[in-house]
Design a protein around this ligand. Structure first.
Ligand SMILES: [Mn+2]
Length: 296
């Protein structure tokens, strides 16, 4: 069978578990938006995990909502529901002793995917948390990313995390990330502004979107309880609005996934994105800000 998953730690951990339990011949990495838009060819030979529902899939696991939730049928093979990670749902579904050795991996995937991290995890990441920072699908799912993902999938099944982190490919990424983090923090401070309970980062004018630890902004703006990150989509006529609850000031009352689903996007309670035509972006952004402020 083929496994279709997302290129983040949750997608990776889900792949570790599913390839341990099912006979998988190939793996496809997909952006949730492409699945949502019906751009992914899915057949009855596919297991879809950590991605929106597809009616043809043989099995499906997900914990996100807002992606056409009304299309989720009452009966299907797999598991869907509120959970810190999709990997947790896979782990529970199979409930098999051979998966017990992945307990720490699944637990840490829960913490990363549900953003249950401490200031120390953000500033001094270790083990699986550190590994998760090397796996950033926002920079594209192309050849190099895919090859890295597939290596991690193999390594995590046989090597302890300490050894995985020492693999040259991983170590190189860790070193680059630590170097990049300084520049990212500079860009964040330059392009961010506090607006009530929201810290708004506007990267729309930049040719290239600065990318770094997505939690660092919360350490820089502890007054904010939610982050609005604006940047150009694949083309300039598309604007991406990304929202996330502060993981250090946990007082945001807005369900992000639900809010963004009303603008054609989705996500889960704590984080999500929507893509809007740049022409109408100003109006959408204004509306979203109003709701975030009104909810507090
Ligand atoms: Mn997930």
């Amino acid at each position: 069978m083929r496994l279709i998953t997302r290129g983040d730690l949750d997608g990776l951990t889900s792949a570790v578990l599913i390839t341990s339990m099912e006979k998988i011949d190939s793996i496809e990495l997909v952006h949730p938006k492409d699945m949502q838009d019906g751009k992914v060819e899915v057949t009855g030979n596919d297991i879809v995990v950590n991605l929106p529902f597809h009616p043809k899939a043989a099995m499906w696991f997900d914990h996100h909502f807002g992606y056409d939730a009304q299309e989720v049928p009452a009966k299907f093979k797999g598991k869907y529901g509120v959970s810190p990670s999709a990997a947790r749902l896979v782990f529970e579904y199979y409930n098999h002793p051979s998966l017990d050795k992945f307990g720490e991996l699944v637990g840490e995937t829960d913490r990363v995917d549900a953003a249950q991290l401490t200031l120390d995890d953000i500033l001094h990441p270790k083990r699986y948390i550190l590994l998760s920072y090397t796996l950033d699908p926002r920079t594209g799912l192309g050849g190099a990313f895919r090859s890295y993902f597939m290596h991690l999938l193999d390594w995590l099944k046989v090597h302890p995390i300490g050894e995985v982190l020492k693999m040259p490919e991983v170590k190189e990424k860790v070193d680059t990330i630590l170097k990049n983090e300084k520049d990212f923090q500079k860009a964040l401070k330059k392009h961010s502004k506090l607006d009530g309970n929201i810290v708004v980062t506007d990267f729309r004018r930049l040719a290239e979107r600065p990318v770094g630890n997505r939690f660092v902004v919360y350490a820089l703006y502890p007054e904010a309880n939610v982050w609005m990150n604006l940047f150009k989509g694949r083309t300039a006529d598309i604007t991406v609005v990304s929202l996330g609850h502060s993981i250090l000031n946990r007082t945001c009352n807005t369900n992000i996934g639900q809010l963004l689903s009303t603008f054609g996007g989705g996500g889960h309670r704590g984080a999500g994105t929507c893509q809007v035509p740049s022409k109408s972006a100003g109006r959408v952004i204004k509306k979203i800000k109003e709701i975030l402020k009104a909810n507090g």
